[in-house]
Design a binder for this molecule. Structure first.
Ligand code: F6R
Length: 262
């Protein structure tokens, strides 16, 4: 895992966006896995700016979102499809035919999940998976004790996650309890993964993810086994890391050929 720390939220979002931009510029037909949530807002704003001001071209990419609420219409104001439209898709030149979500309206949920896996395979697999993290260590909606080999499937949200989401839905009771989410195994199959975390409330789970044991209790800790995993943190999210000075030093001393930020 490579841990990259910047002092401000804006700077870490800019750096994370540069990593995504490099992927898209290197392979214009990249398959990108997208996440939603408040952490992603600054990153997507920066990607939209790169499109607008630096001609970052999204027309060739395929997008696969990590998760969506079961039986929630794509037009619902709280659907992740709407989130992506509002924060990214409507600001860039992505081809609508290349936007993919799991089919949460299907009458055959198991078939919809295996179809999602097939669609990812058909375009050659995910080149870069973007991730946020829940305070209890979920990536996608792989809640604690998820199988580290899991594939796209239905998951029931943890109550804490439902409380986090209640701010969007108005009340906990209005949050759909079930989602379709890529599995940890699906995420691990991506060629590269990047996790972005911001704020003090993520500091403890980031410590467990990066420096703790690999365990299904902290699904994000599986990323320690990924060959190309970058963890982008602002200073607050990094504050509990024991080796924080080393991560900063190592990033500053990266050889030029390894850099994506210049
Ligand atoms: C959402 C997702 C989740 C979020 C996580 C963090 O698509 O996959 O894992 O990334 O819950 O959410 P925020 O950024 O709102 O704290």
């Amino acid at each position: 895992m490579e841990v990259i720390i910047e002092n401000s939220v804006q700077d870490i979002c800019k750096l994370a966006a540069k990593f995504v931009a490099k992927q898209i510029r290197t392979k214009p037909e990249s398959v990108i896995g997208f996440a939603t949530g408040k952490t992603m807002v600054g990153l997507y704003r920066e990607l939209a700016r790169l499109h607008e001001e630096e001609a970052l071209d999204f027309s060739g990419i395929y997008s696969f979102n990590l998760d969506e609420f079961v039986a929630l219409d794509a037009d619902h104001p709280c659907s992740y499809r709407r989130f992506m439209e509002e924060h990214l898709f409507q600001h860039v030149n992505i081809d609508p035919d290349r936007i993919c979500f799991p089919d949460v309206m299907s009458s055959d949920i198991a078939a919809a999940c295996s179809d999602y896996e097939d669609r990812i395979k058909k375009v050659g697999g995910i080149d870069l998976q973007i991730l946020g993290i829940g305070v209890e260590g979920h990536i996608g909606f792989n809640e604690p004790t998820s199988s580290l080999a899991s594939r796209t499937r239905l998951k029931t949200l943890a109550q804490r996650t439902m409380h986090e989401l209640a701010r969007h839905f108005g009340s906990v009771d209005s949050v759909p309890a079930q989602v379709l989410t890529m599995g940890v195994g699906t995420i691990m199959d991506s060629s590269k993964v990047m996790l972005l975390a911001i704020g003090q409330d993520k500091a403890e789970i980031i410590r467990k993810t990066v420096e703790g044991p690999i365990t299904g209790l902290v699904p994000a800790s599986a990323l320690q086994m990924h060959q190309v995993a970058k963890v982008f943190l602002n200073d607050e999210a990094a504050q509990s890391l024991t080796l924080k000075p080393y991560y900063r030093w190592a990033y500053e001393h990266k050889p030029d050929w390894q850099r994506f930020d210049r």
